[in-house]
Structure formats: C-alpha cells, structure tokens
Design a protein around this ligand. Structure first.
Ligand code: SF4
Ligand code: SF4
Length: 469
C-alpha cells in the first residue's frame, strides 16, 4: 500500500485486532459524557486543504493509484444550489466543473457515476467536466443500472452500457459495476445479468480492454453476496462496492434484518484480497446529524473537526479499502473531506472504540433507518417520503419528540417538531396524504415498511396539533 503515514501501514490482522478491542478501551472520560448543552455549530472545516498530501491506495490488479477520497457524482449541485439528485432543477455544470477541477488539483482521481444518478443526467455532467482534463489523470467508475424490467433484455442492457461511453465521452471505463446486486434477491440477479448473458458480455468487454476493472455494488441479500464471492474464481472480481460506516459495522442487520453487517462484508472481501470501494460512509447523512451527546463526545476530543470527519476517518482506516465515496454537493463538503484525507490520520485503538461506543449509543435512539437514497420515490400520491422520515429522525436526534405533556421540554419540542415539519415537507407532501398502497416499500433497500411509518408519524403529528399527548 503506497502511503507515507506509518499509522496507515498497519496490516489487516492488527487493524481487526484494534477494532475488536471494542468498547473496552473507551476512556472513562468519554463514557461519562452525557446530555449537555447542544452543539449546533458543526460546520465543516473550510479553507484551503494542504496540497500534495492526499492518501492513495493501490489496486492490486492494475496497480492503479487511487485517491482515498472518491467523488460520488450522485448529488451534483443544481442551479438552485441544492442537490440535483431528484432532477427537479438542472445540474449546475459550471459548479460541477469547478468542484471537479478543485478535486483533481487536490489529488482526487476517482469519479463514480451511474446512468441512474441525477435522473439520468450525472454521466453527461461528469463527462463534460472530466473531458477538460487529460484522460490518464482520473479513473471513471460507472454502472450497469438496469433496474427497470424494461431494461433487463440483453439489447436494452447493451444499449445502456454503450450509452455510458457516449455520455462520458470515453472509449474505456476504468471501473464498471453491476449496480445494486442483492436488492431483488437471487432471482432478480439471474434475470438482470445471467439469463440475458450480460455478465458474460461484460467479462468479454473486460478482456477486450474496454472495461479495466469489473465489480459489483452490493445491497441487501447476503445470499447474493456470498454467491458472487463463491464464484470469484470464475469471474475474478477486481473490486466490490459495499456500504460501510461505524453504525453498519456491527448493527446493519439489527437495524434491518435484510442487511448484512459491514464487518462481515469487509472481512469476506479482505480474506480474498478483493479491494473494497465504500459507499454510504455517512449513512445518507445520518452520521453527520447524530444525537447531541455524541456530537459533544466528538467535539471534546477534536473541537476543530466536523462530526462527518469521524465517519470518513473510520472508513478510511481500513487497509483494504481502495476509495471512500462521498456524494458532494457543495465546495465546503469537498474541502472538509479533503482535510480528512490529505493525509488520512487513521483512527487509533481508543478512537475506534469511541466510535463503537457512539454506534451503541445511537442504537438506543428509535430513529428510522432511512438513508435518503430515494429509491422509494416517486410516491404516486406525491408524498416526500425521505423528507418526512429525515425530519422525524432529526427531531429524535435533537430531543424534539416529546413523549407527554408532562415532559419539561414539551412546549419547545412540540413547536420545533411542527414548525420544522411544515418547513421541511410541503403540506401536500406530508404523511397525512399516504393512502397505504405500499407501492414504495418493495424498493427500499433498508427494508422500511413505509406505510406503517407514515401512519405512525401522521398520528403523532395529529396528537401534537391537538395537544393530546
Ligand atoms: S404507501 Fe403511502 S408513501 Fe408509499 S407509495 Fe403509497 S401513498 Fe406513497
Ligand atoms: S425510505 Fe427507504 S428507499 Fe426511501 S429514501 Fe429512505 S432508505 Fe431510501
């Protein structure tokens, strides 16, 4: 592994041993931190990150020297300043260009897109931004995102594949992924990639050099993951993209029985020497909006660092990780992440244990495991499902879910919940309009039974409005 930092050089066994130290090594000082004054000022670290200090990892197959920070192109900025993920507004190409230029200048060289991101517009915007730079200065990752049944045929899948080259303006793809393996179980995997011969097709494309590395991104069904790895001798996966963060490390399955703990996923890949690309290091933003007592715990240890930086350091500390993807919409997100990885300061034993303690504390909060992926959208009845769930989670994290009118915080919390709800979710898109059709839940990789949550939140809102808690 090419890295000048001794702490990063620790081998896999040593790393897992440190992590296995678990909560035992948490300092009593950290454990003693309870509810204190709320810290609302968790601003990302801004300002110029150091130049020439990026931490790189080496791909054992191709020797690619890949930046530990990978640019996820799924939340590109829109002209209105928000993320263009939902495709409501046009992508702000000038801002994308500036962020890509800045990322390259600071050593980022891995850009991850998909035909499905930003309502199908991410690949084109990525291609335009990167085309302005020499092709050997960056690696492009994209995916065969043939989710819709209409794209399962061989012809439609090949058309989608070829279109990626056109949109990205390239004649080879550095990292090509089968997208979202496991979401629909074994049967859907067979239909999307085996029955139509698409996996054989992609293997041939790799042989021809139009794909330099072939892998898959994994969500959900562990049977599919295990099957894919059992066939590693046949397919020779060059990399695998998994969801990894300090909450999912030991609790993914507990949060959602359909998910698999990241500890298992990473361990299985590391055993076989397959590099891992990490998605959801922040769990859809949940790990940058953690409960106040955890914010306080982090700030006492590292006052200048953002809450999000802890999650990025956690992901980056693993030695067999090639790159950690971050979907960045604003320049300050990019700068904050660059500060974390230029260079990486790997977590020590005590810090790893502190994060395991933070995860255990988070599990005590009854949040809904929505990571804002938006796969459940659009709702045919116009609900903004993730916005409703995220508002609810935010209020839990901030202590604004009063359990009864006897709660000393009742008036303030009630107001914060109701006013915040109207601000975050337009009235016509709120939970009250759910008719329980359940067209959404089958698409949720987190296994959330959405109509039940909509009903629960709506009943709670009504009680608050009528003050009958
Ligand atoms: S169950 Fe509710 S939220 Fe889900 S699609 Fe139907 S109306 Fe929309
Ligand atoms: S409810 Fe599920 S599918 Fe919808 S945004 Fe949240 S995690 Fe994603």
């Amino acid at each position: 592994m090419k890295n000048g930092n001794d702490k990063t050089m620790m081998d896999r066994r040593e790393f897992l041993k440190r992590l296995g130290a678990g909560t035992a090594a948490v300092s009593t000082a950290a454990l003693a931190i309870g509810c204190g004054p709320r810290n609302k000022g968790d601003n990302p670290v801004q300002g110029e990150p150091p130049a020439g200090k990026m931490t790189y990892r080496t791909n054992p197959t191709t020797g690619d020297r890949v930046s530990l920070l990978g640019f996820g192109m799924m939340r590109l900025p829109s002209v209105g300043g928000r993320s263009a993920r939902e495709g409501v507004e046009e992508i702000d190409q000038e801002m994308v260009n500036s962020m890509v230029d800045y990322a390259l200048e600071h050593g980022v060289n891995y850009f991850d897109t998909s035909p499905a991101y930003c309502q199908g517009k991410s690949e084109r915007a990525t291609g335009i931004a990167l085309k302005r730079h020499p092709r050997d200065k960056y690696f492009i990752a994209t995916k065969l995102s043939n989710f819709a049944k209409s794209t399962w045929s061989r012809e439609a899948s090949i058309e989608m594949y070829r279109n990626s080259f056109k949109e990205l303006q390239v004649d080879y793809i550095d990292y090509m992924l089968l997208h979202g393996i496991g979401m629909g179980g074994m049967k859907e995997f067979e239909q999307r990639y085996i029955d139509n011969g698409m996996l054989d097709f992609l293997l041939e494309e790799r042989k021809a050099g139009r794909i330099r590395n072939l892998g898959f991104s994994y969500h959900g069904d562990v049977e599919v993951f295990d099957t894919m790895l059992a066939r590693h001798d046949l397919y020779k996966w060059d990399f695998v993209q998994i969801q990894l963060n300090y909450l999912d490390w030991k609790y993914a399955k507990q949060i959602n029985p359909r998910n698999t703990d990241a500890e298992y996923l990473y361990g299985e890949l590391a055993k076989r020497g397959i590099p891992a690309v990490i998605m959801e290091p922040l769990l859809g933003g949940r790990l940058s909006n953690v409960p106040d007592n955890i914010v306080k715990m982090f700030k006492e240890r590292e006052p200048e660092k953002s809450v999000a930086s802890w999650a990025f350091r956690f992901a980056g500390t693993f030695p067999d990780i090639l790159t950690v993807l971050s979907g960045m919409t604003r320049m300050e997100h990019l700068q904050d992440n660059l500060h974390t990885y230029c260079p990486l300061d790997p977590l020590d034993e005590e810090e790893l244990a502190l994060l395991q303690q933070a995860a255990a504390m988070m599990m005590e909060f009854d949040t809904i495991p929505c990571n804002d992926c938006k796969y459940c959208m659009p709702c045919p009845y116009g609900l903004d499902i993730p916005a409703i769930l995220l508002h609810y989670n935010k209020c839990i994290n901030e202590g604004n879910i009063p359990a009864s009118r006897q709660d000393p915080n009742y008036r303030k919390a009630r107001r914060a919940f109701l006013v915040g709800y109207d601000r975050s979710v337009p009235k016509l898109r709120q939970a009250a309009h759910c008719i329980g059709c359940n067209q959404c839940s089958p698409h949720c990789p987190q296994g959330i039974f959405i109509p039940k949550e909509m009903q629960r939140i709506d009943e709670y809102v009504e009680k608050l409005k009528q003050e009958i808690l």
